[in-house]
Write a protein that binds this ligand. Structure first.
Ligand code: KG4
Ligand code: ZN
Length: 342
């Protein structure tokens, strides 16, 4: 079975082809980041319009890369949610109608399940059960994954997601949207002993996160420096970036450690845009080494949004016989625990 995957939930148009025998055989990505950077965040209407322009040409390119034609495609998987409604509708309309015209099944895929399963595209794949830390621009969640489709939400952010906190703090430091990568680069030159930012909610039981207070603490530190000396110099910016990153990574580590202890799981999967963060990856690797466990990540390019994870998640469900009906339906809000494996 060859599955064409289409991802258009936010600001990346991702297209990929997953083959049951050969694995991933093509993937193409167009990022709209430059277009949205001027506005300091994603402009939904611009995102939808750009997906309209890019989706079909990228499908053609992916088919060319794999030396296939549309007639070789056995099923189409598209992101049906969660995400921006207009952006989702572009991928869903194209995916659903293309499948209809080809006479093949189509399936609306959950974007976060795509992120969750992205490490399965690597050579070293996790087996079930495992604990998952999903950290993206829109979500921060700890999930107990007993088997495919059996997801128990243990904790999540009650306000900003981890990626959102990186982006908002980066903005305060004058970095372009999305600021995660640039902020972690800036942090490399920072001194970790200069500021002590809070590790929110770590002294309370449970696995929920809160990151909005951390953003306020950073804003206050910036304000204080501005009051004292007019503006931040390069070293101040690096110090704040370093201490902010340390605080957010520590917070995630504390909650993950707690969840590992409670669930007694030995395998950890980390996915979503923030899983590309080097400090988080290194610290989690150290944690799992100490616990005699294993940690699994997607390759860096599949941490952020992409079509490969949608083609793969779609393949897993299509293989179980799941399909979507002819209606073009999207769910901008869609709790992952509503997913079933049958
Ligand atoms: O998964 P993703 O592409 O989109 C959503 O589904 O939300 O995640 C994007 C988020 C952005 O907030 C971005 O700043 C963050 O991931 N991000 C990072 C890094 N790379 C991307 N955050 C911290 N460190 C990074 N290296
Ligand atoms: Zn995502």
């Amino acid at each position: 079975m060859k599955v064409l995957g289409i991802e258009t939930s936010c600001d990346e148009t991702g297209i990929a082809i997953y083959d049951e025998q050969q694995g991933l055989i093509a993937h193409r990505l167009f990022s709209q980041i430059k277009m949205h950077a001027d506005y300091g965040g994603v402009v939904p209407e611009l995102a939808s319009r750009d997906h309209i322009l890019k989706t079909l040409p990228l499908i053609k390119e992916a088919l060319n890369d794999a030396s296939l034609t549309l007639q070789d495609i056995d099923a189409i998987a598209y992101t049906a949610g969660p995400g921006l409604v207009g952006a989702l509708l572009v991928g869903a309309s194209i995916g659903r109608s293309l499948a209809y015209s080809l006479g093949v099944p189509a399936l609306g895929v959950h974007h976060m399940e795509g992120h969750l399963l992205a490490p399965m595209l690597e050579e070293e794949r996790p087996g079930f059960p495992f604990l998952a830390l999903l950290v993206s621009g829109g979500h921060s969640q700890i999930i107990k994954v007993s088997s495919f489709g059996d997801y128990e939400l243990l904790g999540e952010s009650i306000d900003d997601a981890a990626g959102e906190a990186f982006d908002k703090t980066g903005k305060l430091l004058g970095l372009d949207y999305p600021a995660g990568v640039a902020l972690s680069k800036l942090a490399e030159k920072g001194d970790p002993s200069t500021f002590t930012f809070p590790r929110p909610m770590t002294n309370r039981p449970g696995f929920d996160f809160s990151f909005s207070g951390l953003k306020t603490a950073t804003a206050n530190a910036i304000y204080k420096i501005e009051q004292e000396k007019g503006q931040l110099d390069e070293q101040d910016r690096a110090n704040i970036a370093r201490c902010f990153q340390d605080a957010i990574v520590d917070t995630l580590i504390i909650k993950v450690r707690r969840a590992l202890k409670e669930t007694k799981l030995k395998r950890l999967v980390v996915a979503g845009g923030v899983s590309a963060n080097t400090k988080l990856r290194n610290d989690l690797r150290e944690l799992m080494n100490k616990r005699d466990g294993q940690v699994f990540y997607p390759r860096t390019e599949f941490c952020t949004d992409n079509g490969a994870m949608i083609a793969y998640a779609g393949f897993c469900r299509l293989k179980l016989g799941q399909t979507s009906d002819l209606a073009i339906k999207v769910r901008p809000r869609w709790p992952m625990i509503e997913l079933k494996n049958t």
